[in-house]
Design a protein around this ligand. Sequence first.
Ligand code: FAD
Length: 385
Amino acid sequence: MVQESKFKVGIIGGGPAGCMCAYFLQKACDVIVFEKNSPLKTLLPTGGGRCNLAHCEYDIKEFVANYPRGEKFLYSVFAKFSTAETIDFFNSIGIETYTQKDFRIFPTSNSSVDVREKFLRAIKYVNFINEKALRVNCATDLKTVVTDKGSYNFDFVIIATGGHASYNICKYLGHKIIPPKKALVGLKTKQNLSALAGVSIKVNGEDLLFTHQGISGPFAYKLSSIKARDKFPYNITLRLSNIDTPLQELLNHSPHKDIKNVLSDILPKSLAAYILGTLNINSSIKAHQINGTLRDKIIEKINNFELTITDTSSGGEVVTCGGVALDEINAKTMESKLIPNIYFCGEVLDIDGFCGGFNLQNCWSTGYVAAQAILEKSKSSNKLL
Ligand SMILES: Cc1cc2nc3c(=O)[nH]c(=O)nc-3n(C[C@H](O)[C@H](O)[C@H](O)COP(=O)(O)OP(=O)(O)OC[C@H]3O[C@@H](n4cnc5c(N)ncnc54)[C@H](O)[C@@H]3O)c2cc1C
């Protein structure tokens, strides 16, 4: 009689990516997840506690355009596992979802606590070990995960340590690390905008919030992502109002109104006062006193409002731009091109997306692809499953 033996798989990191991978491997392999903290704890703050777990976009070309890093790499990943498969997966573990007007997908419970609990229940065959992995030795065919408390041998090791962890494990394996930068964060400005703190406007269809330090909100997060590799300081130009009515028409309509009140029809009051202040225009002069030169200065300021961005600030989703270089990873399998049977998934890779469910989608999809690749290898080997 042939003795049945399962492949041993070690996963470093019990975040969304590591747990996704563990889910698909748990029945066919002996799976150990090393988690230095608590499994899926990083899921709790997502979506402001509501867990924006995916994005409703079924066209892969449109979908990958939301990843400033990883766009090309993710084509084949999403061809295998994308929005539809993600919704099916969550449904299958008892999590119903719904789509918001802005195409973000949430659990119907609106609770990341609920998602975490159900997900953890669904990976009951996985053995979680609360230890910090220090390195992976690959001297023999077996891979040895060395932790702060012991060492463990595996046939396959998956690295899913996320974006904010140190990259020592990856460097030790010889992998190139693209230097990490913060993305999806608020931004500090050289200009003192504290008089505008709390004011919100729409820029390019996205909400921009002024803060004591600079700017925040979806517009700033997206900007921080697009510009994550730019050196500080850099300048940006904003169009503050999309009202098409010419300013002259507004001035003519209310000649005896204070200029600050005329502008308040198209901008928040404090922003109108701020603009007049930067132009040294007395905010109480009447509309009919605004001559052509002053009018053009005001229009220019509203249409081309310049800010100098000096640094990132707190707030936002804080994902990492940078990580394990993608040219050393096989996009079809997530396997290292340098060392066979070592895999990577999730934010540890040099992949990051905009707000809206794209970063978790990267974890679900790369986690799934790594698991499937290991299952395929297992099938073609002579070990029985
Ligand atoms: C506040 C906030 C809100 C967010 N909201 C959303 C959202 O709504 N939608 C969305 O798509 N994305 C969101 N994101 C981004 C998303 O949470 C991350 O992209 C995602 O968690 C990355 O998953 P991961 O498994 O790759 O890494 P992580 O979630 O970082 O998990 C890695 C795990 O590995 C463990 N680990 C690390 N090193 C070791 C080691 N040496 N040994 C053992 N364990 C180790 C860590 O403790 C951690 O548990 C948000 C992020 C933040 C910060």
